[in-house]
Ligand binder design. Structure first.
Ligand code: SAM
Length: 210
């Protein structure tokens, strides 16, 4: 969903630009130089207003996190919340990603989170879904061998599609449930803004870990 433009967007983004990586391609293969610690690096693609990433960063202070978000008004909220919480181990990239390999070197990431990705319900838009098979292959390339892809979605159609793509590629599923918050995995979960919204409306949350 498109957000309304925030007031004084450019000024507010500029004031928080120390959290923003403006030329991310330059750090490909060298992301650790951006952070204070040398811990593992995790990415949320389509991070929205940042609730999940901030929760992860607070719970895992030895690790580093990158949020990529294409919508500026949404990204601004993520930057403001990160600043208010005085988080040091998150950076953001402002873009709609096309090819993740432009940003990260082979094996550079330890995990990729795809939380409530846009479902693109029309069949002719299937290749825009962030779990389209060719994207999964690219994610695998920038992940360490033991790295993971974690997908959460309220959208049952997107989840079915994702499972079909996983099967088509012969990828291994490590964990899977169609009702995350009634499952054994619930206790460790850090929720996203969309997740809270759908849960409070009684919607089951689908989850798969590769
Ligand atoms: C439905 S929202 C979910 C936000 C957040 N992950 C959550 O669960 O609350 C999806 C977000 O992904 C962003 N997005 C979609 N495709 C993207 C892409 N290719 N690169 C960066 N951001 C993207 C959208 O702008 C939107 O803010």
């Amino acid at each position: 969903m498109r957000q309304r433009k925030a007031k004084n967007m450019e000024e507010r983004l500029t004031a928080l630009k120390h959290y923003l990586i403006e030329t991310p391609g330059e750090y490909k293969g060298d992301w650790h130089s951006v952070f204070e610690n040398k811990g593992p690096l995790y990415l949320e693609l389509g991070c929205g207003k940042g609730q999940f990433l901030i929760g992860q960063a607070q719970a895992n202070t030895d690790a580093n996190f990158i949020g990529i978000e294409g919508q500026d008004s949404v990204l601004l909220r993520a930057l403001e919340k990160t600043d208010a919480a005085e988080i040091v181990n998150i950076r953001f990239i402002h873009m709609f990603v096309r090819d993740i390999r432009d940003l990260f070197g082979d094996g550079e990431l330890s995990g990729i989170y795809l939380n409530f990705s846009d479902p693109w319900p029309k069949a002719r838009h299937a290749k825009r879904r962030l779990t389209y098979g060719e994207y999964l292959v690219r994610y695998k390339q920038v992940l360490r061998e033991d790295g993971f892809i974690a997908v959460k979605t309220d959208n049952d159609g997107l989840f079915d599609f994702t499972l079909e793509e996983i099967e088509r590629l012969g990828l291994e599923i490590k964990e899977m449930t169609r009702d995350l918050h009634s499952s054994d995995y619930a206790a460790r979960e850090i929720t996203t803004e969309y997740e809270d919204k759908f849960r409070s409306a009684g919607k089951n949350i689908n989850y798969v870990l590769l």
